[in-house]
Structures are given as structure tokens and as C-alpha cells.
Design a protein around this ligand. Sequence first.
Ligand code: HXC
Length: 275
Amino acid sequence: MAPRPYIQPVVDSTAVFKADLFNGKVLFCTGGGSGICKAMTESVMRHGANAVILGRKIDRLTAAAEELSAKTGRKCLPIQADVRKPEQLKDAVAKTIEKFGRIDFVICGAAGNFLAPIQGISENAFRTVIEIDTLGTYHTIKATLPYVRQSKGSYIHVSATLHYRGTPYQVHVSAAKAAVDATSAVLAVEEGPHGVRSNVIAPGPIAGTEGMDRLGPKGPTSISSEFYRAMPVGRMGDVKDIANTTVFLFSDAASFITGQIIVVDGGNEHLRVPG
Ligand code: HXC
């Protein structure tokens, strides 16, 4: 394939948005210990917010929290919690309020994924992903909403694009993410009158993430690197692309945007090769 004449650059949100944009704000992020959600948390902290990150693996969370604080100069509290357990989320919210006194932004990002065909996936495996992605999102909303209402804050749900069409071996994730999209829309219309916004970010292929490792070129489907060079913007996504969208959506510049799904995929979803 011929070299691309132009490739869209990856930028830092601080090159575009004010450094003190989120001073005094508090972020509550499930799945914030790694990957896309960690980068989303970093960007919000870089603009002045303190953060709480939740996950099942406390060692990974603690290391991530230390790294995020060192990079941004803001406070980051790691809390071990399983989003499938509503009481653990309520407890995490109580700890957040005790430490920071408020919750302005929520990222519902905890997710499970693996490749499995409909015929082969076990009932428990299907249920596990629904419980993490869909019920985990619902439990997170339930636990945080009283405080997000108080701050007239905002939700971002991390979804996907694979359920827009039939993606093989992804029935569990497709069902789970479709439900997440629907949940966000209902949250947006019910809570809009209370000053709360809710949007979805649907990442396309993002380099270096656990999801890509499991599903992308290194994974069992062996999608070729030619596929990514053929993407309209000429490159794979970077976690910063998702982080930058996060900063915009949480900012007041997005105050009229709610109930939306923002696809961040370099145009990939619209690409159709003739023939
Ligand atoms: C088939 C599997 C499986 C696999 C687990 N199961 N992994 N089945 N193939 N690779 C089955 C188990 O056999 C079991 O069913 C059931 O799922 C529960 O598994 P457990 O290991 O007991 O559960 P748990 O410890 O809770 O962890 C499950 C999991 C984890 C969270 C789903 O396996 C996992 O996949 N973690 C990865 C997280 C991840 O990749 N996050 C990024 C998501 S990216 P049985 O019947 O045996 O009891 C994303 C975006 C996608 O979502 C878009 C990308 C382009």
C-alpha cells in the first residue's frame, strides 16, 4: 500500500483546552486502573480535577493512582470494588464523598471481553459480561446519581462500535454495549431537567489497549495491519483521542450535548471498500 500523504496527528488536550478547566471537580471512574479509562482519568486530572479510580485489582489500581498523581499533581484515590456488587459501589461512593466531598464526573468504563462464538460461549460467560458492562453501569449510576445531581455533573459511558453490525464472536459484548447505549439515553432524558448530562464514547480501534490485544491484529482474528493503514485518517486510534473527547464532553462547551453517542474511530465506521 502506498504511504499516506497525510496522517491526522495525536494531540494533548492541554494544547487545546484551559489547564484549570476542571479545578475543584471530582471524577469517579470505574475501570480507571488501565487502558482507555486510565488515559481518560489522566486527562481530566491534567485539567485540575481530583479522581477516584475503581477496579478489582488493588495492586494495579494503587500503581496507577500513584502514576496519575505524579504526572498531574492532583490527588487520585484507588478503591477496590467489583461493579457487579452494588454494595461495593455504594461503599466506594461513601469513601469518595468522605475524601473529596463531591462527585462531578462519572466514567462508566469497567468492561469484560473475549472472543467466543454463540454456539460455544457458556451461559455463565455471557452473563458475566452482561453483569460487568451493563449491570455494572447501572449500579454505578445508581450509586453516584444523588451526588452528580447535586453538582449538576455529567456521565460518560465507554461503549464500542462492534454492535452496530454483526461482529463475529462478540454476541456477549454486543448485547451488553447496546444496553449501555440505551441506558445512557434514558439517563440523559430523565436527568436533563436536574442538570445532569449523559453521553457515550464509542472508541474504534485504539492501539495498545487490552481490548485491541484480545480482538485486534495480535488476537485470534489476525486482522492485518493493512486494515489500519486503510483507515480514513491513516492511523490507529490513540488513548489520547478518547481522552480529548472526554475533556470536551465534560466541559461546559458540551452543555447542549446529552444522550449522544460520540464515535471516536477515525472514520472507520463509515469506511466501505468498493467491490
Ligand atoms: C470463553 C471465557 C473466557 C474466554 C472467561 N470466560 N474468559 N469464555 N473465552 N476467553 C468465561 C469463563 O469460562 C466463565 O464461564 C465465565 O466467563 C466467567 O469467567 P471468570 O474468569 O470466572 O470471571 P471473572 O474472573 O469475573 O472475569 C471474566 C472477565 C475476564 C472479566 C470477562 O475474563 C476478562 O475478559 N477480562 C478482560 C477485561 C478486558 O479485556 N477489558 C477490556 C474490554 S475492551 P464458565 O461457564 O466456565 O463458568 C471492550 C471493548 C471492545 O470491551 C471493543 C474493542 C475493539
